[in-house]
Design a protein around this ligand. Structure first.
Ligand code: ZN
Length: 240
């Protein structure tokens, strides 16, 4: 059983389609979405529709939450806030209701999924270092947890202590615990513009981090045409 696990699509339909096609080419049979389906880019409705069609496990991200409310309740930076307001106007009521009803965390087979952290999933904290990871590990009852939110691929491992490992191939050992961030589909922030996702091969206990090229220029043109801030198009090329 091969799971394609992806996060932070952020309304980037070009990147989403490229990831789904790549995953199918690599014989993935199941999909899992870690939230932030909308926000920043120009195809919120289309991305919601495409992910709903997959009929797969999905958890809610902070942008999904804000876009599905009629007024913002959390402090986004100006760029994110402008995009969220635009996104609200380009989602149907049905899209918003579906986003609103998504769970914050979920168990899938033998692993856990969450957008932000397991210790306080509704407060949208970030796991960037060993200390952040240690807090989340306390609430992790499965060997592996997949999370998003930071848009930066990262792996934390807990055995005697908690450490971060830089690797694209992770072998899951049942005596340890793992927190795996596969980066972002629609707005990577690790200096690499390519869409990120991972494949979890359950029988072989292997997780592989992957990057996929997509129609970047097409996605950028849509952002500009939509009247969204130009910076949102420019940052896609930088992976920032
Ligand atoms: Zn995000």
């Amino acid at each position: 059983m091969r799971f394609a696990i992806f996060s932070d699509t952020h309304s980037n339909l070009e990147a989403l389609e490229a990831v789904l096609a790549d995953a199918c080419g690599r014989k993935c049979t199941h999909f899992v979405c870690l939230g932030d389906i909308v926000g920043y880019n120009a195809n919120p409705h289309e991305c919601v529709e495409r992910i709903r069609e997959l009929d797969c496990p999905v958890v809610k991200g902070n942008h999904d939450e804000q876009a599905s409310l009629s007024l913002s309740t959390s402090d986004f930076n100006e760029l994110a806030e402008r995009a969220i307001q635009w996104t609200r106007d380009h989602l149907t009521e049905e899209d918003k209701q579906w986003l609103r009803e998504l769970p914050l965390q979920k168990n899938v087979r033998d692993f856990t999924i969450v957008h932000a952290t397991l210790d306080t999933p509704a407060q949208w904290g970030y796991v960037f270092n060993n200390l952040d990871a240690a807090a989340s590990f306390t609430y992790q009852h499965t060997t592996a947890c997949f999370f998003g939110h930071t848009h930066v691929p990262m792996v934390f491992i807990r055995d005697e202590g908690v450490r971060r490992e830089r690797t694209d191939h992770i072998r899951i050992e049942p005596t340890k615990k793992y927190m795996i961030n596969m980066g972002s589909v629609g707005q990577p922030r690790d200096g690499n513009w390519r869409a990120a996702y991972c494949i979890y091969d359950i029988e072989n206990n292997l997780v592989e981090q992957l990057r996929v090229k997509y129609d970047l220029a097409g996605a950028q043109q849509k952002i500009i045409k939509a009247g969204l801030p130009r910076l949102l198009a420019e940052r896609l090329a930088l992976g920032r």
